[in-house]
Design a protein around this ligand. Sequence first.
Ligand code: MD3
Ligand code: FE
Length: 208
Amino acid sequence: MKQVLETGFDGVALHPARLGPTDQKALLGTLREAARAAPPYRPRMPRTGQLWSTMQTNLGALGWVSDVKGYRYEPRHPVTGEPWPPIPDLLLGLWADLAGYAAPPECCLVNVYRGEKARMGLHQDRDEAATEAPVLSISLGDTCLFRVGGFARSDKTKSFRLASGDVLLLGGPSRMRFHGVDRIVPGSSQLIEGGGRLNLTLRRVTKP
Ligand code: MD3
Ligand code: FE
């Protein structure tokens, strides 16, 4: 059994370097190929239409999208109109090993952080009907400073670093905690040419 770091939050388990260099490179290659079919795009915020500082794409039957109309899951890429590419077997295997949830994930949201300004504000993941399913997060490339709080935005938060190959399982009573990415640490990984960070979140959307 590989090492698990207790985070102090019930239901939040960090698996440092769960993916070794070989798996990280293989996964990155698969994602590059998927990105040709489903190019990352810069989403807009609901209501204001403000552009996000990150870019996004998805893999799987359902993709999470954000635009002026709101947040929702869609079976097709909003720019190309094509179905999202399939979730790679390596990720389905990680979910089967770690999620403790019988049904497979339906969505792999890919967040692309490039440059000093890329961040993600404190939020809750609450667009999934399957709230009893965990979220599994995989980090690739530059380390990020990541923050987990409570169930109200103003609750006190705790910061962690997520490095390339780290896998974070968020479930049980912590599934609805506020969380966000404060910044990435430039030059902290050589995995991605030109720097930057990719975060993959595997989600079950519908109740099985
Ligand atoms: C759910 N992504 O895409 S990892 C997101 O690194 C998102 O790109 C971040 O938040 C990223 O929605 C963070 C996923 C995550 C982290 C902590 C959580 C999901 C969580 C804590 C509670 C519930
Ligand atoms: Fe989130």
